[in-house]
Design a protein around this ligand. Structure first.
Ligand SMILES: Cc1cc2nc3c(=O)[nH]c(=O)nc-3n(C[C@H](O)[C@H](O)[C@H](O)COP(=O)(O)O)c2cc1C
Length: 327
């Protein structure tokens, strides 16, 4: 079974399913697994740890080249602006697409185009979509507030078609935020997307980096257990500018500090080290598991290839049977 959209040819993939860049979690192993399954993987460059990036790119680039599999790298734009040399490292290792989120991509567009790579921009509002189109984005990822990790407040259901209208036929739109199974994929295609990007669903897979306990928490959580806040950013001393908040699973630490963010800031000399120790130890009653509302749809920890195959099968079936609704 295969689903074909404009994205397949543009990215050279069998399926219009993208692994969203997830800081640390989307490492070489997961990126390669998604590519081998026929999707397109983005290594999670996150906040720009150069040693991590070089190691993972080295691990990824060789096998990808041997097997003729394309791959990309994703960066948090405002963080990349502080270490722009990381972009060259990713391009020099053969990244065929660069995904930029959260900030103005214009300063990097020329370099990315000169390398022959695609510029993928993740946006959370229509205004951001317009700015990224002006910067020459090849693909826009419309990320709704259901998404795990940082984001804003617009829901996927209206953001995707609104961004598709702005893009027109030339620039494909990828939907992200709350997509956990083939129902989401089929629905997003109907909204005007040419494909989907998954974060939370791929986090709970065998190949994802990260603690097994974190993956188990995603499996055990419902959508109501996922909440947007600034608590984990304050706790790890990495406060983002408005309008961005971060979506993670509720735990004892979040329940304790949500609504008391100023108190948390005042207590950061004690809470910061406590939080860092919990992150290192995998204590997820204090450290956050970054995951979105798609947790409601995740009940197992399969291989990434199974996620892709199941989504394609379900979406194909739904799209085929869709005609039954016609009177
Ligand atoms: C664990 C985790 C880490 C993330 N890290 C990043 C990141 O480093 N850069 C980025 O652009 N987006 C990041 N995101 C957001 C994803 O790119 C994507 O928009 C989101 O996961 C899609 O929604 P979903 O989680 O409902 O699939 C992260 C998401 C998760 C779940």
């Amino acid at each position: 079974m295969a689903l074909r959209t404009t994205l397949n040819a543009m990215l050279g993939v069998k399926h219009p399913i993208l692994l969203a860049p997830m800081d640390i979690v989307a490492d070489a192993r997961l990126t390669l697994a998604v590519a081998e399954a026929g999707g397109f993987g983005f290594l999670g460059g996150g906040y720009g740890d150069e040693a991590w990036l070089r190691r993972e790119l080295t691990e990824l680039a060789g096998p990808a080249r041997e097997r003729g599999l394309p791959f990309g790298a994703g960066f948090i734009t405002w963080s990349l602006a502080r270490k722009p040399e990381l972009l060259d490292i990713a391009l020099d290792h053969g990244a065929g697409a660069i995904w930029l989120s959260f900030g103005d991509p214009a300063i990097f567009a020329t370099r990315i185009r000169a390398a022959g790579a695609k510029l993928i921009c993740q946006v959370q509002t229509e205004a951001m979509a317009k700015a990224c189109l002006d910067a020459g984005a090849d693909i826009l990822v419309a990320q709704g507030a259901e998404a795990g990790g940082h984001g804003v407040s617009r829901g996927t259901l209206t953001l995707v078609p609104a961004v598709a209208d702005l893009c027109g036929p030339r620039v494909p739109v990828v939907a992200a935020g709350g997509i956990g199974d083939g129902r989401g994929l089929a629905a997003c295609l109907m909204l005007g997307a040419a494909g989907v990007a998954l974060g939370t669903r791929f986090y709970a897979t065998v190949e994802a980096a990260g603690f097994q306990a974190a993956k188990q928490r995603i499996v055990g959580a419902g959508g109501d257990d996922s909440m947007r806040s600034v608590v984990f950013d304050i706790s790890r001393r990495n406060v983002w500018p408005a309008p961005f908040t971060g979506r993670c699973l509720r735990n004892a630490h979040l329940e304790r500090w949500a609504g008391r963010e100023l108190d948390l800031m005042r207590s950061i000399d004690q809470e910061g080290p406590r939080y860092a120790a919990a992150r290192a130890a995998g204590d997820f009653e204090i450290a956050a598991v970054i995951a979105g509302e798609a947790a409601a749809l995740i009940h197992d920890i399969p291989k990434a290839a199974d996620v892709v195959a199941r989504m394609i099968d379900t979406a194909s079936e739904l799209l085929r049977d869709g005609a039954d609704h016609l009177g």
